[in-house]
Design a protein around this ligand. Sequence first.
Ligand SMILES: *[C@@H]1O[C@H](CO)[C@@H](O)[C@H](O)[C@H]1NC(C)=O
Ligand SMILES: *[C@@H]1O[C@H](CO)[C@@H](O)[C@H](O)[C@H]1NC(C)=O
Length: 232
Amino acid sequence: MFSFILAVALLPAAFSAPLTTCDRLTEQVQIQGRNQFLGVWTYTAESTNLPGSKALTKLFVDNVWGKIYPANESDSFYVFQVQKMLGRCFSVTSKLTLINNILHMEEPIHATEVLLATSCPDCLVLLSNYTLGGSTYRGLQILTKRPKLTQDEMDEFKRQAACLHLPSPTFLDSDKGFCTDGSASKDSETTDLTPVLSQAQPEYMELLDKLLSSQSGIKTLVQLIANNPTQD
Ligand SMILES: *[C@@H]1O[C@H](CO)[C@@H](O)[C@H](O)[C@H]1NC(C)=O
Ligand SMILES: *[C@@H]1O[C@H](CO)[C@@H](O)[C@H](O)[C@H]1NC(C)=O
């Protein structure tokens, strides 16, 4: 009887324990400067509350790597990101500016990002708000200098997503081979999606937002992409 009462008395402490862990896992850290971001990264996992994102990423995205290099302005840098989708290569270039510990992106979509704590020594964990159509979504990404994460690092990232009330992350597959740096040659196999995204009409982004937010919309998109994998 006594031990039962003790257990009940300890319940609040037992329930608050994970909170302490979440405090640590969702802690925003100070950005030292853009040098911290420069270099070549593997985008190993992502979680976002954009509804259709997980299904589409799982079906179509093999892996993603990125090269981050300085812009002319001292607090800005470019992110050249290469995605392997359906065995083909696509790149997107964006520019980010660091203001008051927050990264701002204007193009190709509007986003703000902060850096979160991680026990992984060569990783960046980025929490973002981004706008698609008229809606704002949250996303969490982990980048590493290595091709893949350890199991412990993946587990910690899953806990971070859970603490932030985001869906369980989608992990990408570095074993499928990364695209090469298509920016080096003009006649490359890499399709640059930057102009398509930057010049997309607001109406198109709103349609995309609607499609990604409904089950039937996601099905439509999946069929569209699956039926046109090699269209140029
Ligand atoms: C960056 O600066 C260089 C040298 O001043 C200049 O040639 C180049 O056009 C600038 N690039 C951009 C994107 O402003
Ligand atoms: C995202 O937006 C919310 C609500 O405006 C804000 O509290 C939060 O700091 C923002 N986070 C980022 C990473 O910009």
